[in-house]
Design a protein around this ligand. Structure first.
Ligand code: TXA
Ligand code: MG
Length: 325
């Protein structure tokens, strides 16, 4: 990068004001959202947005989510239908991204030339403040290298993108832990392009329309690629880990508390939620995968989690992180 480099700063009024200034100057700023950390640039400034693709080594066919301060900002960027409006009212701020017909003001680079734009109002206070202090829409993918583990702590961003961003706002660990639910809004139906914290049942309950989960389709969201969210250590998924899986070269990711002897038979292990709560498992998912990935093991074995609620999103990420046969 060309300009100044401020490293990782604790998010407070001063660092947020600096971040806003850097965004206006066309620089990259990483910031916390409730889901994962985002790598942000001024959304309407193509020269700034191109830096996101360079820093992430992200292919240009993969469009970005535009973060906005509140639902009223959406009208400048997209055509908002009544169905879209009802979702905004129910779920924003929060981990729901809406894919809506774009307006011309949105650069092609942001949408990869698609006729829709993805919008979301993040619930994290630091993200909220950054949006309102800067007063501009922020294009931001997850702040990781393309295809790799998502960042749920500022340290993850620092490790993988450190020199490539002007400033990393440190707002502590993300409290949801997996990326937003992405929903394409049609006239009378909804399509989930990527599962997340907002569930199909919630979407159906609020709108009363038909909601489908897209599993196989032309790739229009990178979260739809078969391989994504992957650690560098080969990861394999198993329904349940047993003593037969254990050896000293293997890292284990348990869903719930295993028997002590079992955990101790692996080189290293982590338990996503001792009591089997999916929300806690989601918070820990990427952080624990980062830890297991850097432990020097030959493989990571991850156990299935319950597919209730956000558990569906966790399994979606684990399937994509896993080695394909
Ligand atoms: O929780 C999140 O959504 C996080 C935080 C930072 O907000 N962001 C995130 O961004 O996960 P990213 O780029 O890692 O994933 C966004 C996904 C991509 O797979 C992208 O292809 C899809 O959103 N997307 C963006 N614009 C789209 C569009 N116009 N139509 C369909 N999919 C779109
Ligand atoms: Mg991502």
């Amino acid at each position: 990068m060309t300009g100044n480099h401020y490293g990782r700063l604790k998010a407070d009024a001063a660092s947020i004001a600096l971040a806003a200034k850097l965004l206006h100057a066309g620089e990259l700023v990483a910031f916390p959202t409730e889901t994962v950390y985002g790598l942000g640039a001024a959304a309407l400034n193509s020269e700034a947005v191109v830096k996101i693709f360079e820093a992430k080594q992200r292919p240009f066919f993969d469009p970005l989510i535009v973060h906005i301060g509140d639902a009223t900002w959406a009208n400048e960027l997209a055509e908002v239908s009544a169905l879209g409006q009802s979702l905004m009212q129910a779920f924003w701020p929060g981990p729901l991204t809406l894919v809506l017909p774009r307006k011309k003001i949105v650069p092609d680079l942001v949408t990869s030339g698609l006729s829709d734009v993805a919008l979301r109002v993040p619930a994290h206070l630091v993200a909220q403040e950054l949006l309102h202090v800067s007063g501009i829409a922020i294009a931001a993918p997850s702040a990781n290298l393309f295809g790799q583990l998502s960042p749920t702590r500022a340290e993850h961003v620092e490790r993988f993108l450190g020199e490539k961003v002007a400033l990393i706002l440190d707002g502590g660990p993300c409290f949801v832990g997996v990326e937003s639910t992405i929903v394409k809004v049609h006239e009378r139906t909804l399509e989930i392009l990527r599962p997340g914290a907002i569930t199909m049942a919630q979407l159906q309950g609020i709108t009363g329309v038909n909601v489908t989960l897209v599993t196989k389709a032309p790739v229009i969201a990178s979260g739809m690629l078969d391989s994504h969210y992957a650690p560098r250590t080969p990861l394999y998924l198993k329904e349940k880990l047993t003593q037969a899986d254990a050896d000293t070269k293997t890292a284990a990711l348990f869903f719930q508390q295993p028997a002590y002897n079992l955990a101790a038979s692996f080189q290293i292990s982590r338990v996503l939620s001792p009591s089997g709560k999916v929300s806690e498992a989601a918070q820990n998912l990427f952080s624990f995968l980062h830890e297991l990935d850097t432990a020097g093991c030959q493989r990571i074995l991850a156990e299935h989690v319950s597919e209730d609620g956000i558990g569906l999103a966790i399994m979606n990420r684990l399937h994509k992180a896993a080695v394909k046969d």
